[in-house]
Design a protein around this ligand. Structure first.
Ligand SMILES: [Zn+2]
Ligand SMILES: [Zn+2]
Length: 243
């Protein structure tokens, strides 16, 4: 039976060889990762010094970035496993646009490995993926944030709860200015009453301005959540980072 299973795996790999999402090199059959070893090493950790609230890299010993300084937030803590640079964008595109669910699962496992490095994210009751609009969910066949959360949940022991839904479709945030981003997202999410009293860790693939996470957190607090923080796979930085 085991031999048969191995033969099937070998045949599947031979028929549909997996390639590295970044450099497109063929991956070894036993490799359970969407990036080759070299590209995995090219992933840059999102490590301090960064803004204590949003994890945007900062320099000069500053505690907060200019966008967060002196403001209060529904989501007062955002942390990311990696910076959105090097092989990270290709990794995200693999599960977002090229149907590679296994890439999201591997990314979720990497997020789980790095989670203990952020003790400030501990003490939550549940993982809540940022939802897709039902139309996009139908097109893609899965919500990549949920795949990340499932893997993270499996390894951390935290339950994954779908406490949020999209109330209406939104335009992609990257082609909008700051004001229009806020208008684009206002009231875009609704939270379930089951959120009442819970301390929630929001999960998403990429954080750019943090506006979606903030809007999700507002919806959860409106529904009675006691605390919301966010953990994403990759942090897109608004300014260039050295090296
Ligand atoms: Zn590679
Ligand atoms: Zn900040």
């Amino acid at each position: 039976m085991e031999g048969l299973r191995r033969l099937a795996a070998w045949a599947a790999h031979w028929l549909f060889p997996q390639t590295c999402a970044h450099c497109r090199e063929d991956l070894p059959r036993e490799e359970d990762a969407p990036l080759c070893a070299r590209c995995r090493q090219g992933l840059r950790l999102c490590a301090p010094p960064f803004c204590l609230r949003c994890a945007e890299p900062v320099c000069g010993g500053r505690a907060y970035c200019t966008a967060c300084l002196g403001r209060s937030f529904a989501c007062p803590l955002v942390r990311a496993a990696f910076l959105y640079r090097g092989p990270a964008p290709a990794l995200v595109r693999a599960f977002k646009y090229r149907g590679r669910r296994e890439a999201a699962r591997a990314a979720g496992r990497w997020m789980a490995c790095l989670l203990p490095g952020f003790p400030e994210l501990s003490g939550h009751d549940a993982l809540v993926p940022v939802p897709l609009h039902p139309r996009r969910l139908r097109e893609r066949g899965y919500n990549q944030a949920r795949l990340l959360a499932e893997e993270l949940g499996r390894l951390s022991g935290l339950p994954v709860l779908d406490l949020l839904e999209r109330a209406r479709p939104t335009r992609p945030q990257w082609d909008l200015g700051r004001q229009s981003r806020r208008a684009n997202l206002a009231g875009a999410f609704q939270a379930s009453p089951r959120a009442r009293g819970s301390s929630v860790l929001l999960i998403d693939d990429v954080c750019t301005s943090g506006a979606s996470l903030e809007e999700c957190a507002r919806a959860l607090l409106r529904a009675g959540a006691s605390r919301v923080a966010a953990y994403v796979l990759a942090r897109q930085t608004l300014r260039p980072v050295n090296s």
